[in-house]
Design a protein around this ligand. Structure first.
Ligand code: DGL
Length: 280
């Protein structure tokens, strides 16, 4: 993401909402951090629940969905777009940024930067969906900035379902985590990037399994920090300190999104509207 937009932006531009999209409910971990750091910003969140999950899909399909999601947010007149989904950020963000004028940020670069700033032994683990890990986007982003760092990446697809089912403190989750993460423990990583929207919910068990010396990087938190910096530098922050709305849209019936989303957001979700994403 370029840090500065050259054109002068009107006052009205500031008042527009931030757009966030994800494959479903997981991006609410990013939205939660954006709400926390930017309480006066209006936000429009789109969760593509009708076409979820993105993790096991091909790059072409995820890119096509990401273009449609962006088109929808543009119709809603957002000023800035956050691609909260790691899989979409990994496989589609460069294409989106080439195609659209609007400033956009994904979750990969913020997570990669935080990992570089954290590791002491220069050995970093990355976990994510099959799509994110096979794209190699985190390794490339880390080594582009710091070529000497060794990156060990592992897909952990079952963590997504465990987080959605609320299997946060269960024995089964710990056993799966031990099994998944043992190759990374053997590689002696001192930093682990949680490269998936869902993984912050499993932080406690992941930290217990990795050991307390291993630092966990929450890409959601790092991304929200960068959103704030970008809006500040470009004088795009809303001037009004009044209450800002948060609107939620999905591409399937809203019930499950509202129910599971509550756990992700640690808050009740108000009204959720359904849209036909294939129109965009
Ligand atoms: N949001 C996805 C990600 O962060 C996880 C869920 C999915 O597979 O769609 O990669």
């Amino acid at each position: 993401m370029t840090l500065l937009i050259k054109s002068t932006l009107s006052h009205k531009e500031n008042d527009k909402p931030i757009g966030i999209f994800d494959s479903g409910v997981g991006g609410l971990t990013v939205a939660k951090q954006v709400f926390r750091l930017l309480p006066h910003e209006k936000v429009i969140y789109f969760g593509d629940t009708g076409r979820y999950p993105y993790g096991p899909r091909s790059q072409q399909i995820v890119a096509k969905f990401s273009f449609q999601n962006t088109n929808f947010l543009l119709k809603e007149k957002v000023k800035f777009i956050v691609v909260a989904c790691n899989t979409a950020s990994a496989v589609a963000l460069p294409q989106l940024q080439k195609h659209y004028q609007i400033p956009m940020i994904g979750v990969i670069d913020p997570g990669a930067k935080a990992a570089i700033g954290t590791t002491k032994n220069r050995r970093v683990g990355v976990i994510g969906t099959v799509g994110t890990i096979s794209s190699d986007a985190y390794r490339k982003a880390i080594q582009k900035l710091s070529s000497g760092i060794k990156v060990f990446s592992l897909p952990c697809p079952l963590f997504v379902s465990l987080a959605e089912e609320g299997y946060i403190d269960k024995k089964a989750t710990r056993l799966i985590a031990e099994d998944y993460l043992s190759p990374l423990i053997k590689k002696d990583v001192d930093t682990l990037v949680l490269g998936c929207t869902h993984y912050p919910l499993l932080k406690k068990v992941l930290s217990q399994v990795m050991g307390e010396d291993v630092r966990l990087i929450d890409s959601a938190e790092e991304t929200a920090k960068e959103v704030r910096i970008f809006l500040e530098v470009n004088k795009l922050l809303r001037e009004s300190k009044g209450k800002a709305y948060h609107k939620f849209y999905v591409s399937d019936v809203p019930d499950k999104f509202m129910q599971v989303g509550r756990r992700f957001l640690k808050n009740r979700i108000g009204k959720v509207r359904r849209i036909d994403i294939n129109r965009y």
